[in-house]
Structure formats: C-alpha cells, structure tokens
Design a protein around this ligand. Structure first.
Ligand code: F6P
Length: 324
C-alpha cells in the first residue's frame, strides 16, 4: 500500500477531526501518501480530493465537526456511483480507503470493496454508539457530556417551577445516549428503543414518585423510543393523565453533534486512526478498527454491520434503582 485515501461520511461526530489527523500522521510516520476526500462518498464520485501531509492537520484535534466535510450520498448507493468513485480512486493511484462513519458508511465501503476488490478499513464515528463489535464509537462520549450538561441546566428550571420535562435525545435506533446520559443526569424515567415500557406504566411510575415527595421530574426520551407517540404527543398525554404537573418538552437536536471532542474521544480517535493505517499496511481489508475492553480490535465489516449483541439490562436496573 503506497497511497491511502481517507473520508468522513454520514452524520458528523466530535472527534472525526482527531481521527483524520491520526490517519494522516500515521501515513506520514510509515511513509505512505495520504489523500483527504471531501464530502464523503460524494467527493469520491466527483473527484474532490487532495494530498494531505502532517502539517495539513495541525490545530484540529480540538475541533468539532470534520474539516473534510461529510454527506449522506444517494449516488453511492447505486452501482454507477460506486463505479465512478472507484474510477477516481484508480485515477489518483490510490490503493486503499479509510472510511470514518457509521453503519450506512460501512455498508457502502463493503460494497465498493467487494465489487472492485478494493482494500477498505472502517473507523466507527457516530454519536449513536450503535455499531456492533466496538464498545465505543468516536463522538459518543462527547455527545453524552453535551446531553448531561444540557439536562443539568433544564433541571434547574424544572425544579424552580415544579415542572415535568420530557427531553428528546438522539441515537436513531439505539438507546445508549438516552440511557447513559439519563443515569448521569439523574433522570426519573428513560425511554429507549430497545425496551417498550408502555405509557401506562410510565404514568404509574411518575405518580408513585410524586407521592414520595418529588416535585419535579426529568424524562429522557430517545428519538427512536417505542411509545408510538412523538415527544409532543407524549407530553400532552402525560399532562392530561398526571394530576398537578405542568409539562414542558425540550428537543436537544443537533447541539448533540457539535462541540470540542472530549479527551476520551480524542484519544480513541487517535488510537483507531493509527490502527486503521497499520491494518491496511498489514494487508487486511473489509474490517473495522474498534475498541473492546480498552484494546484496539479488528473485526470484519460484516460483524460491525450485524445486530449488536450487548444488552442494556444492567443499566436499566441501575436507572430504576437510582431514580426511586
Ligand atoms: O447518526 C447520527 C444522528 O445524529 C442520529 O442520532 C440522528 O437520528 C441522525 O443522525 C440525524 O440525521 P440528520 O443530521 O441527517 O438529520
């Protein structure tokens, strides 16, 4: 491998810049050329790339977002789009590709690799923490801290007004952000996609905690929760069915995707970026570099794209116990 390209794809995540930096610097260390592709697979299709050197990535380890930009490419879902992308890789003499992104990005990387026998390695970068085969994805820790900070602030006003707040957090189909930030911020209830609590049990539980002397409440709702209602409908339902509580709804939204990466995410991104380059130089392909029990681990992309095996049971119990 002599020329490696790197791109960021899908929803951006804090720490993507730190991962690009690590890739570029590892290339420099191992004396291979590194190309940065702009706007994810879109840039690959339109040949938007340039050579990067160790100095191109100065002063970015602390920056949120991705300086290479990111996109969700519809054209790359087509065979024709992937053919154009492959043609551009060959035209630029690139012989391996590193994709920093989530499951959609990995699906594209795997297809490209299978169709053209092209070496690819994935680095998990998404705030959702929803990738199988890695304990953490880049950006998740920062997003958790952002959410906890926001809920702490909402708690102040909830408590001053004796109000109940429903707070929607991101995570797509995964409840990791909701569950962990919910526990960290001391939420009374947490609704996640992996577990259907049932609205009536929710109302019952809130009623019970009111009786024990609680005067305000925080309910963290994952965007993919199973209540069957959107958060505003859920808010109305709770207000109608729960006596003496004024209800407010807050959707945290894209604030969760921005901001300076936490130290944890910067270190994780650095480890995975270096690991990705080393893995390509060892001749491996169609794998993801993840972290399992603090060890950098290589898993097939097919495993990364499979159903997650880890369970939330223990955390759900901890949340139940600590919110009585
Ligand atoms: O995958 C990251 C994520 O922020 C999800 O949590 C969310 O469902 C989605 O992306 C939002 O996507 P977009 O920024 O395209 O609206």
């Amino acid at each position: 491998v002599k020329n490696i390209a790197v791109l960021t794809s899908g929803g951006d995540a804090p720490g993507m810049n730190a991962a690009i930096r690590a890739v570029v610097r590892a290339c420099s260390y191992y004396e291979v050329e590194c190309f940065g592709v702009y706007k994810g697979y879109e840039g690959l299709i339109h040949n938007e790339m340039e050579k990067l050197n160790a100095r191109s990535v100065r002063n970015i380890i602390n920056k949120g977002g991705t300086f290479l930009k990111s996109a969700r490419s519809n054209d790359f879902r087509t065979e024709e789009g992937r053919k154009k992308a492959h043609d551009n890789l060959i035209k630029n003499s690139i012989d391996a590709l590193i994709v920093i992104g989530g499951d959609g990005s990995f699906t594209g990387a795997l297809k490209l690799s299978e169709e053209f026998n092209f070496p690819v390695v994935g680095i998990p970068g998404t705030i959702d923490n929803d990738i199988n085969g890695t304990d953490y994805t880049i950006g998740y820790d920062t997003a958790l801290n952002t959410v906890v900070e926001a809920i702490d602030k909402i708690r102040d006003t909830a408590s001053s007004h004796n109000r109940l707040f429903l707070i929607e957090v991101m995570g797509r189909d995964a409840g990791d952000i909701a569950l962990n930030a919910g526990i960290g911020a001391g939420a009374e209830e947490i609704l996640i996609p992996e577990e259907d609590m049932g609205i009536d049990r929710l109302i019952e539980s809130l009623r019970k905690s009111k009786k024990t002397g609680k005067t305000s409440s925080i309910i963290v709702v994952a965007e993919g929760d199973k209540s069957g209602k959107n958060i505003f409908e859920l808010g109305e339902y709770v207000e109608e069915n729960l006596e003496d509580y004024e209800v407010r709804v807050s959707v945290l939204g894209h604030i969760q995707r921005g901001g300076a990466p936490s130290c944890y995410d910067r270190v994780l991104a650095s480890k995975l970026g270096v690991g990705a380059v080393e893995t390509l130089l060892e001749g491996k392909s169609q794998v993801m570099i993840g972290i399992v029990h603090k060890q950098v681990t290589i898993v097939p992309l097919t495993t990364a794209l499979g159903k997650r095996t880890h369970k939330h049971d223990r955390l759900i119990k901890v949340a139940d116990i600590t919110s009585v």
